[in-house]
Design a protein around this ligand. Structure first.
Ligand code: HEM
Length: 445
């Protein structure tokens, strides 16, 4: 069986290259080897990247019994999310959880969370110092965490909220790019990383189970609650059974893991690009009250700086793809970052130009920041609403500039691609009233 062409470099060297330049590495390999190419990495072995929209369509719409996303995700995410996690399940069990989770994340449904998103962003921005450079990504994480806790978990108790805020960040910090290596996952007790991760996870689980128990204990359902947990508590499987506590815990943790840092990173990239592209920032500030250009900015950010550079499907049996016969066990990776900079799909692909999304919208298999098929991100609408709302709140409340003219390099952090300096910015002024319609500066320090 012959595999598609690809670099012959040692696995470690290939891993080092992709980590150093996640987007450029993928795009250059496509230019050199074509739309289907192989690579070899430590732990994952040989993988096959696909960078053609039609072939990616075949992968995304292929039968879920052959294309296992859950298995592929589990290799990088491990088992912390639990046996019911939407991210790591496949086939029938995946479908049955997905049916329960989809309704609260429907486009119309998530608009109801815009208010909590705006209030959270406004409160956060009010605390930003003037004139001192600071990293924006952690501030965006604080917003997106608060939004998940309020809109998805429905936490209202202040004390529990504080404990969540305290206990969740260490979970992310204990997850690094090397964690999928089996050695890093071994719990060697004491202060080994895996042991610290397990303890941090148990501390968060305690809070999640506490929230679930309190909400089940409520004598009558609280009619004014529209958070995702409330909707899941009343959801029923096809046989009429409600979700168990463990199922609810696994899905809440999955939503937190999949939805918090990703959205914060997408927002950080939006600011990183906007503050270095004066023309676009000007036009956005002039049309901040409308959704159209703002939405195009969000789409263009996720095209040029996709938070997740590729997604995986593990084959359970051999398939034909693009003239290649790939054996069972192969990890097939739709190469999002490579498709997004194809000059035939996006002229002058490295330019940050939201206008490209004004007329045509995005073609489904050429614009893939949220993956596709039956595994497409269920938080795609939620994330885009949140990005629009937070961008609008921030830009109308502070005049920002980049701390340095130098663009921030894309860097891999666990499974996402983040700005190398976490998006360093300076607040030039807090804006009030009419002034809030004024400009964010694009000059650099
Ligand atoms: C800009 C922000 C986000 C990006 C870039 C993003 C990206 C992705 C991608 C690429 C996938 C994999 C899709 C595939 O394999 O085809 C995914 C899956 C998923 N995402 Fe998101 N996501 C974001 C925000 C969110 C939010 C806000 C939530 C929920 C609150 C969420 C929940 C999920 C879940 C549950 C899955 C698993 C779906 C399944 O396997 O059926 N994501 N996301």
């Amino acid at each position: 069986m012959s595999f598609p062409p690809g670099p012959r470099l040692p696995r470690l060297v290939q891993a080092a290259r992709v980590t150093a330049e996640p987007y450029a590495w993928m795009a250059k390999r496509r230019e050199r080897y074509g739309d289907v190419f192989s690579s070899r990495f430590p732990f994952f072995g040989r993988v096959v990247y696909v960078a053609d929209p039609d072939l990616i369509k075949q992968v995304f719409t292929g039968t879920p019994t052959v294309f296992h996303a859950g298995e592929a995700n589990a290799t990088v995410l491990g088992d912390a999310l639990g046996e019911h996690s939407l991210l790591t399940l496949d086939e029938g069990r995946h479908l049955s959880q997905r049916k329960l989770l989809l309704p609260p994340f429907h486009g119309q449904s998530v608009r109801r969370y815009a208010e909590v998103m705006a209030a959270t962003a406004a409160a956060e921005v009010a605390s930003w110092p003037v004139g001192t450079p600071f990293a924006l990504r952690p501030r965006m994480q604080a917003i997106t965490l608060e939004v998940i806790l309020r809109a998805v978990f429905g936490v209202r108790d202040d004390e529990r909220m504080d404990l969540f805020r305290e206990r969740i960040p260490p979970l992310g910090e204990l997850n690094t790019a090397l964690d999928f290596l089996p050695l890093m996952q071994r719990d060697l007790g004491g202060f080994s990383k895996a042991a610290r991760f397990r303890r941090a996870l148990a501390a968060v689980d305690e809070l999640i189970y506490g929230e679930i128990a309190d909400r089940r204990d409520m004598l009558r359902p609280d009619g004014d609650r529209d958070d995702v947990l409330s909707l899941l508590l009343s959801a029923r499987h096809e046989d009429g059974a409600p979700m168990t506590d463990v199922e609810l815990r696994d899905e809440l943790l999955t939503l937190l893991t999949a939805g918090h840092e990703t959205t914060a990173t997408g927002l950080s990239w939006a600011f990183e690009r906007l503050l270095r592209t004066p023309r676009v920032l000007e036009r956005l500030l002039d049309s901040l009250d409308e959704d159209e250009y703002l939405d195009a900015v969000v789409k263009e950010t996720l095209r040029l700086r996709p938070v997740v550079a590729d997604v995986g499907r593990k084959l359970t049996s051999a398939i034909e793809l693009g003239g290649w016969r790939l054996p069972a066990g192969t990890l097939v990776l739709p190469a999002i970052a490579a498709v997004h900079v194809r000059p035939d799909l996006y002229p002058e692909p490295h330019e940050f130009r939201p206008e490209r999304f004004l007329d045509d919208g995005a073609e489904s298999y050429a614009w893939l920041p949220f993956g596709g098929g039956v595994r497409r991100c269920i938080g795609a609408s939620f994330a885009q609403v949140e990005m629009r709302v937070v961008l609008r709140e921030v830009l109308s409340r502070v005049r920002l500039r980049a701390a340095s003219e130098r663009p921030e390099r894309p860097k891999i952090k666990h499974v996402t691609v983040v700005p190398s300096r976490d998006c360093q910015v300076v607040v030039e002024a807090h804006l009030t009233g009419a002034a809030s319609r004024a400009r964010s500066s694009v000059a650099s320090a």
